[in-house]
Design a protein around this ligand. Sequence first.
Ligand code: AMP
Ligand code: MG
Length: 337
Amino acid sequence: METKLLSTDDESLEYAAELLRNGKVVGIPTETVYGLGANALDINAVGDIFKAKGRPQDNPLIVHISELSQLDGLVEDIPDLAKKCAEAFWPGPLTMIFKKKAIIPDTTSGGLDTVGIRMPSNKVARKIISLAGVPIAAPSANLSGSPSPTTAMHVFKDMNGRVPAIVDGGMSAVGVESTVINFEGDGIRILRPGFISKEDLTEITDNVIIDKGVLEQLSPDTVVRSPGMKYRHYSPTADVTIIDADADKFRAFISEHADSETVCLVFDESDCEGTGLRFINYGANSKQQAQRLFDALRELDEIGAKKAFARCPEKTGVGLAVYNRLLRAAGFQVIKL
Ligand code: AMP
Ligand code: MG
């Protein structure tokens, strides 16, 4: 099939919405990363998302809404904490897990009796959802196993010939996928870190915990609360190692251990000054690093890097999300100096 690149003018968005209403899969921009959207209530449409991505059937999709009023029709009960989170962080990069109503097909929820719901802040995304008139299931628009797409071109590279259209809404503002949380007792558990940080959630309740799967490699037989955590994610061909060190120690380490096929992922070019090594600058602070990380990982592949040393991001705020994604790209290889 031919894949059309659409702009964000009214006519194009109406066309994208029509495709969605007709059970087709469309690449759409959101503030986190690009999504591969389809009618969340249509088993065949949702099945086509899994096919286009090559995604395992038991890895659930997040359902996107454009109005808070849609929530009631999709989920069983809404805890008070969820209402507070919605007020504080929606529209925005926060996904909340609820008990699902029967209207959500098992295909969408990966066989679980729960469903993740999010209201994106990206205006184009909300307009498409609202024009389509149905909740939109949308995982990241990459092929399963490659980095999440943060530009329409990334989506095109992975999905050309697999979906009828991609809406080009420019570069994703946040750059990492949404924070995923569930509610346990009177607390919040972070299943996947994102732009809405633990620090942000602590404004709602003191009782916020980070799930073990965020920073640790789970053994294949662990029962996980968030199925995405057990899959190997975002891994470039290069063998990536995270170097947890300040600039001076990082420079000394790479001078000693890098070879001509090594590429360094750095905060600033001074991190590898004088080493003559190839480098990719992925940003001086956590916000920039979130925006650029996935593009940097794709670039590693494009330039054919065999080995990569990455400077370790901060582990607080949105930095925790960057670290979580980089850890997976590195297969959990970290050297602390
Ligand atoms: P992606 O669509 O690629 O951003 O991945 C969505 C991720 O959200 C999944 O891989 C899960 O880890 C998580 N998720 C979605 N729905 C649920 C759910 N009902 N329960 C737990 N985690 C979920
Ligand atoms: Mg994904």
